[in-house]
Design a protein around this ligand. Sequence first.
Ligand code: ZN
Length: 343
Amino acid sequence: MDDHSITICDTTIAPGTQAIIDLPVSPLYTQTPMNIPVHVINGKKPGPVLLVCAAVHGDEINGVEIIRRLLNKRLLKSLEGTLIAVPIVNIFGFIYHSRYLPDRRDLNRSFPGSKEGSMASRMSYIFMHEILEQCTHGIDFHTGGAHRTYLPQVHANLTKKKTLRLAKAFGVPVLLDVKEQDNSLRAVAAKYKIPFLIYEAGEALRLDELSIRVGLKGILNVMRELKMLKKTAHATLRAKPFIAHSSTWLRAEQSGLLLSPMALGHRVLKKQILAHIADPISGKSTEVLSPTKGIIIGRTHLPLVNEGDALFQIAKFEKSKKVLAEVQEFHSAHLDEDDALNY
Ligand SMILES: [Zn+2]
């Protein structure tokens, strides 16, 4: 029999078995041990080794819930290949409701890390060597930062054929073609030639039901594409994907209160009024005009803005009318699902 056992931190998970392994990180100064729990489900039959991970930024929690729901799925019993699921990578930031690690280190700028470095650097190092190196594919779950929200979307280097296939399979309408950020988990995955997606949806420190449902469906769609799960008889919710090769953040030209009815997924035209910024002292307000046509894929939720603050992210598409229709249909289909309150 083909032995596709997998070993993490000296624990071997045989085919047809599963385990939760604790990846050790430096203890805190209270001598409190700190571990990253890693779920490994090793299917009876060999196949791809898929990594799904969340909360690399500790305050981005939609992915934590997406992975929880994934791990409760009965269909994983018939898994082919191996699923490695890490619901909370930055365990320190998760406790502190923070994006960062001590010394304001960003884990997603600390790869490949080192054995002797800061906590962020050590976390990167062990995650890379014990987990990432063993994987054939990966999906990392993120959200916008504090007070910043994203339309459900996939970010990936879409110039790579295998990555493009995975991104399309995920099944969201909006794909953003972006190069790997230096020292990110995705950048190291690229070095190992692992097709790797980032799912961005919702905002930090909030659970957003639509983002969670779309993300969960996305993993299952990818697993079906990779033949880790059987194709279902009934139609799955999978959007027609549209690729944006560029996007731009519109920034505030003056300080004040941001007043805007513009929601995520809105289609905008060049020079369209997206918002007003009102001066709470003089009472005057000025218009904020869109610099381009496209679809709003990100926006701030904080109405208190200073000059230069990022307000709206607009992605450029060749066929933005079609994107708009697809986004609207896709989102309402997800929110109409029967198992709405089946957590
Ligand atoms: Zn993030």
